[in-house]
Design a protein around this ligand. Structure first.
Ligand SMILES: Cc1cc2nc3c(=O)[nH]c(=O)nc-3n(C[C@H](O)[C@H](O)[C@H](O)COP(=O)(O)OP(=O)(O)OC[C@H]3O[C@@H](n4cnc5c(N)ncnc54)[C@H](O)[C@@H]3O)c2cc1C
Length: 490
């Protein structure tokens, strides 16, 4: 196997590529030769698009702590820009709020990759900046390297025992994977969210903690403001916010048709900023650390992770593997967990001289057993929530959501909505749409139990995968049929 240029090539130097690189370095005791290929220049690593490092920037303390626990990297200032105590989710009428998540940080996503490049270099990782990976090289049923173009437009080719696709949500490597494998190539458009945000400074307007507080992240559910998605105000200081929203494109089209409007993502964000009474004279951040990152739109996958994330000599991670959580599009936490697991598994596979699908399979198993097992059930809940009205969300958050449910969501379990069976049936029957809501939520809770049990039974080897996936798709297709039949309200 020494004929290879590298042991591992990682395409994409964002959150997941850089963390995976460090993890391979750490777990191989720096014996593995690792190359990260990132299309950005060396002074702008991890930039997602020309518009910047577009993100809501919020990550939980727990997921950040997992990196320290795994490979000993402890973050601090300036990459952890602002601490928060949790996330409040508000109903459309702002009358009900629920606190999800524990403490966390609003990151500076432009500075974070710089720190992560240095960390990776400390583990012996090499970098090729200004280089775009375009194609996977295939040989004997294995992925054996990448070809691409450098910043001068010159073709390059590099071979490796394992190639990792960490190139984000617009990955072409996964899409055109040339070998037969269980990795899905395409994602349904319904499972992508169009998202965008501003980094803004502002003068203080009115005091209203339902619109801004420096201590908590705020999420606003509203099918008119952010159809089939949600809007957020994440504090970056006393007078600074990351403010934006995400929508599903079909949800936005339905909402525009229903209301006779022609909004797009940018007009929705502008209205959301303008209608925030706490933000007066909002202007794009003038902080030099935000330069080139003040404003931008991008896309996030919001389905369960790819049902299989490995093939012979190949693995996917981060947004390229559709890791973000379906309910809130939070992708950094899943990327942090998955990168640590993948780095360990790849280091072991190289040591064992077996980089086949089977040799890398443990990445699927460990990620599914520790984090991925809830994602399919959250995908189903997300799909259902996208079909309900603002009035139903107001009612549901007020009457159906118990502390037990909130704890469940915070701990990444599916809520059981037990309050529904305890509610006065006469109250429910008086309003037919609330009865429908109760039935829908119960259905998602029951479906969730089946999906979690099925996921925790993920096959230990590739042999059991086709049968396992067939059963999974029966469950998922059942939910798609049901929600389409109930009609989309937004
Ligand atoms: C508006 C918005 C808000 C969000 N808010 C949050 C949030 O608050 N909290 C949270 O946890 N998550 C959030 N997310 C999701 C989070 O940003 C992503 O999950 C995370 O950045 C994924 O990291 P990644 O490394 O997989 O991909 P990316 O961050 O997209 O990194 C991919 C890297 O690969 C490079 N690249 C791409 N193609 C190639 C190629 N062919 N060759 C070489 N290099 C390439 C890119 O330039 C980039 O450097 C949000 C996303 C968006 C868009």
């Amino acid at each position: 196997m020494d004929r290879f240029d590298y042991d591992v090539i990682i395409a994409g130097g964002g959150m997941s590529g850089l963390l995976t690189a460090s993890a391979v370095g750490f777990y191989s005791k720096q014996r593995a030769r690792v190359l990260v290929v990132d299309r950005n220049s060396a002074d702008e690593p991890g930039k997602k698009t020309n518009a910047g490092w577009i993100c809501g920037d919020a990550a939980s303390k727990k997921s950040i702590g997992f990196i320290e626990k795994s490979i000993g990297i402890k973050y601090g200032s300036p990459e952890l820009e602002h601490p928060v105590k949790g996330i409040y989710v508000y109903s459309p009428d702002h009358k009900t709020k629920v606190l999800f998540e524990g403490e966390g940080f609003i990151l500076n996503r432009k500075l974070m990759p710089k720190r992560q490049v240095n960390d990776a270099k400390g583990f012996g990782v090499e970098f090729k900046f200004g280089a775009t990976a375009e194609k996977l090289i295939a040989e004997d049923g294995y992925v054996r390297g990448v070809t691409g173009r450098d910043s001068e437009g010159q073709q390059f080719k590099a071979t490796a025992k394992v190639v990792i696709d960490a190139s984000g949500s617009s990955s072409v490597l996964r899409k055109f994977n040339p070998i037969d494998s269980y990795i899905e190539r395409e994602i349904d458009i319904e499972d992508m969210e169009a998202t965008g945000r501003y980094l803004m400074e502002f003068d203080k307007g009115v005091e209203d903690e339902t619109y801004f507080t420096p201590e908590y992240c705020l999420i606003h559910l509203d099918q008119v403001i952010a159809p089939a998605g949600y809007a957020w105000v994440f504090p970056k200081g006393q007078n600074k916010v990351n403010i934006g929203l995400g929508v599903s494109k079909p949800g936005l089209d339905r909402r525009n048709k229903r209301l006779g409007l022609s909004d797009n993502l940018s007009t929705l964000i502008d209205k959301y900023v303008k209608d925030n009474p706490c933000i007066r004279n909002g202007r794009l951040s003038t902080n030099p650390d935000d330069k080139g990152n003040e404003k931008g739109n991008w896309q996030v996958p919001v389905r369960r992770q790819n049902d299989c994330m490995v093939a012979n000599g190949f693995a996917v991670v981060g947004d390229a593997a559709w890791l973000p959580r379906p309910l809130d599009a939070g992708g950094m936490g899943p990327a942090m967990y998955a990168s640590m697991i993948l780095g360990k598994v790849v280091a072991q596979a190289i040591e064992a001289n077996d980089v086949s699908q089977e040799g890398l399979w443990q990445y699927n198993v460990e990620y599914m057993n520790t984090h991925g097992y809830q994602m399919a059930s959250f995908e189903v809940l997300r799909r259902y929530l996208q079909t309900i009205t603002n009035e139903q969300i107001d009612f549901g958050m007020k009457h159906f959501l118990t502390q037990e449910d909130i704890d469940a969501i915070t701990e990444r379990r599916h809520p059981k909505f037990n309050a529904i069976s305890k509610l006065n049936p006469i109250l429910l029957m008086r309003v037919a749409s609330q009865m429908e809501l109760a039935k829908g939520l119960r259905y998602t809770a029951d479906k969730s139990e089946a999906l979690v049990a099925h996921n925790l039974d993920y096959p230990a080897t590739p042999k059991g995968f086709p049968e396992w996936r067939k059963k999974l798709l029966v469950e998922i297709d059942d939910t798609k049929r049901r929600f389409n039949m109930s009609g989309a309200a937004s």
